[in-house]
Design a protein around this ligand. Structure first.
Ligand SMILES: Nc1ncnc2c1ncn2[C@@H]1O[C@H](COP(=O)(O)OP(=O)(O)OP(=O)(O)O)[C@@H](O)[C@H]1O
Ligand SMILES: [Mg+2]
Length: 259
């Protein structure tokens, strides 16, 4: 079994089948992409993997263990870290304090001796935010604020990292740097699962892609195979209108729009 494995996960909201029997996987050392049109069910699947939402049916396995009924907090301790489609940072705290508080929380649960200053500095360096360390997080442009959120996720020392549209709001240079950072994180042994509409980033960063459409897994393969897949072309890649990110949309946090 893969390190992360969802088994036949379904999610029904009222009359909407947001997910229908979806089995996906992610492995350490790899960046795996999860793509698909707005409303396909990507964020819903992240919510089920992290434990924010119980699935209507199906299971989530982490490292061979069924974690479907494990609380969101305990799953975080087991090594599931994530970032949100809508930014979740402490706006009034400095960049450094955003990361430091998460390191402190981990020290409390892990009961390990952690040098908080050293660990915070290392994470700031890793995400390239040293020069902004003292700046209030809500004064940063979106691209840098997304790195703060990534830094916070890394401060929990995850083994599985779920990233929900981290590329939205990044300019071309920031996107390129972000792709390199993802490769580094995977090389360090993290299993990275990336939800992203920026196809340049997806095609470059991911070694394997899975495609959701209307809650169904319609394809899985290498970026080349996915690009050449006619069903994926019809459902997503060939769309005349580029898909839109949802961070500026009103409504439920993380909820998409019906296509
Ligand atoms: N809490 C909820 N209550 C009711 N319906 C929901 C809820 N969350 C999501 N949905 C619906 O489930 C479907 C999947 O939404 P989801 O946000 O998972 O899509 P997505 O693939 O992340 O889309 P996007 O690319 O726009 O972020 C959509 O039809 C959405 O409206
Ligand atoms: Mg989403």
């Amino acid at each position: 079994m893969a390190f992360l494995q969802t088994h036949e996960v379904s999610m029904r909201f009222g009359g909407i089948d947001a997910l229908n029997g979806v089995s996906i996987s992610a492995e350490p050392g790899l960046v795996t992409g999860l793509i698909g049109p707005n409303g396909a069910g990507k964020t819903t699947l992240f919510n089920i993997i992290t434990g924010l939402q119980p699935p209507t049916s199906g299971q989530v396995f982490l490292d061979g263990r069924d974690v479907t009924s494990v609380s969101v907090y305990r799953r975080a301790r087991l090594g599931i870290g994530r970032t949100f489609q809508r930014l979740e940072i402490f706006g009034s705290l400095s960049v450094r304090d955003n990361i430091r508080v998460t390191v402190e929380v981990r020290r409390r649960w892990s009961r390990q001796r952690i040098d908080i200053k050293h660990e915070t500095d290392a994470i700031l360096a890793r995400v390239g935010l040293e020069e902004f360390a003292k700046v209030p997080a809500d004064t940063l442009p979106t691209g840098s604020a997304r790195l703060v959120e990534l830094g916070r996720a890394l401060a929990t020392r995850p083994r599985l990292l779920l990233l929900d549209e981290p590329g939205s709001g990044l300019d071309a240079a920031e996107t390129e740097a972000f792709g390199l950072l993802l490769a580094d994180l995977a090389q360090d042994g993290l299993a990275v699962l990336l939800v992203e509409h920026d196809m340049d980033l997806v095609m470059k960063a991911c070694s394997h892609l899975m495609v959701l459409d209307f809650g169904e897994l319609i394809a899985s393969g290498t970026p080349e195979e996915i690009r050449a897949n006619q069903q994926v072309q019809d459902a997503y890649l060939g769309a005349e209108e580029p898909p839109v990110g949802s961070i500026t949309e009103p409504g439920l946090a993380g909820a998409g729009t019906l296509p």
